[in-house]
Design a protein around this ligand. Structure first.
Ligand SMILES: Cc1cc2nc3c(=O)[nH]c(=O)nc-3n(C[C@H](O)[C@H](O)[C@H](O)COP(=O)(O)OP(=O)(O)OC[C@H]3O[C@@H](n4cnc5c(N)ncnc54)[C@H](O)[C@@H]3O)c2cc1C
Length: 313
């Protein structure tokens, strides 16, 4: 990890520990979840049925792959209807918005296996390679009347981002990635997060229903952990459901999942919000503290929050 100053702004570089430009860890974890669940389904189908009525009742209360309605996993994103059903309050608007894009380099790009991060007046931007031929970037900022009609169209948004980043004198290669990128049809999205207090006591599961991913822990994107945490949810949930095959009831399995994920979700949401607030604040005192003392701490927090072992299936 390295930090540099360019044009009076801090530029933080996070190198991936594993070195590769692609991120096989994501895919491997997702495949492991799939394979684990499949193995358990096969094992369950191969097992014998219950004999007595008590056993059958007990059986009905356990996970049954042929009765899909017994378990409902709400992974329906930040506006989750399942979270609403569970009584979790609506995610809160952070006051910031984000836009992002993907640049293709058919002949290969010049970026190394690292994340470039640029922090300027009220904005934060990141550029990172996804593969040998594609580079992802994002830009989050506090919208203000001074931004004019930037959010009216993709072209205006791109010009707005380029204008801000040029003024901050970021490296030409990063500007090129934004200039050549395909931006998503969604010009920009307001960033929302779940109140950590709501998660302290709120229901993450009830009976055979639970939430996972952004439906559980929508967070601001500073840590780059929203999608990773969704994969962690998947691993823990599959493990808990696996136990329901053996002994525990489905409801108990989901409760165990909920408790295992509650504190991690609270930590991630809180850390992401605090890091984002400090990184993008224009307050003179916060800026002074950030630039003088807090930069190394923020960088450490980013790495520490990502360095999490959710266990195996
Ligand atoms: C700017 C930005 C940068 C980010 N950077 C990173 C990063 O670097 N690393 C990282 O790990 N994460 C990052 N994230 C977070 C990551 O994108 C999300 O955490 C992740 O996409 C959440 O996945 P999900 O499947 O839970 O929800 P979603 O991706 O939102 O998927 C939910 C799905 O449910 C569907 N759906 C919704 N309602 C219903 C319904 N009623 N019925 C059926 N289907 C429904 C939706 O159509 C959607 O397909 C970033 C987010 C932002 C905004």
């Amino acid at each position: 990890m390295a930090e540099a100053r360019l044009g009076g702004r801090r530029h933080v570089v996070f190198r991936r520990a594993c070195g590769g430009a692609t991120s096989p860890g994501y895919l491997t974890a997702a495949r492991r979840v799939q394979a684990g669940v499949r193995r358990r389904l096969v094992a369950r189908r191969a097992g014998g049925g219950a004999s007595s009525r008590d056993e059958r009742n007990e059986e009905n209360n356990r996970f049954s792959p042929n009765r899909a309605f017994q378990v409902l996993i709400g992974c329906d994103g930040v506006s989750s209807v399942v979270a609403k059903w569970l009584g979790l309050p609506k995610p809160i608007l952070s006051g910031r918005s984000a836009t992002r894009g993907l640049a293709e380099y058919p002949g290969g790009h010049c970026f190394g296996p690292e994340i470039l991060q640029f922090i300027g007046q009220g904005f934060r931007s990141g550029v990172l390679p996804c593969s040998d031929t594609s580079v992802y970037w994002n830009y989050t900022w506090y919208p203000s009347p001074a931004d004019g009609d930037a959010e009216e169209s993709v072209a205006k948004m791109r010009n707005h981002v380029l204008g801000k980043l040029r003024a901050a004198k970021i490296p030409a290669a990063a500007l090129d990635a934004i200039e050549r990128s395909e931006m998503s049809g969604v010009v920009s999205s307001p960033l929302r997060f779940r109140s950590p207090l709501a998660l302290l006591r709120g229901s993450i599961s009830r009976g055979g229903v639970c939430v996972a991913g952004d439906a559980l822990h929508p967070m601001t994107p500073e840590l780059g952990q929203g999608g990773c945490a969704a994969l962690e949810d998947g691993v823990v949930l599959a493990r808990c459901l696996g136990e329901a095959f053996a002994a525990a009831t489905m409801g108990a399995a989901l409760e165990k999942y909920a408790e295992a994920r509650r504190w991690r979700s609270i930590q991630l949401i809180t850390a992401a919000y605090v890091v984002g607030f400090i990184q993008q604040s224009n307050n003179v005192v916060v800026k002074f503290l950030r630039d003088t003392f807090l930069s190394p701490l923020l960088a450490k927090t980013l790495v520490a929050m990502a360095d999490y072992d959710c266990g195996t299936l």
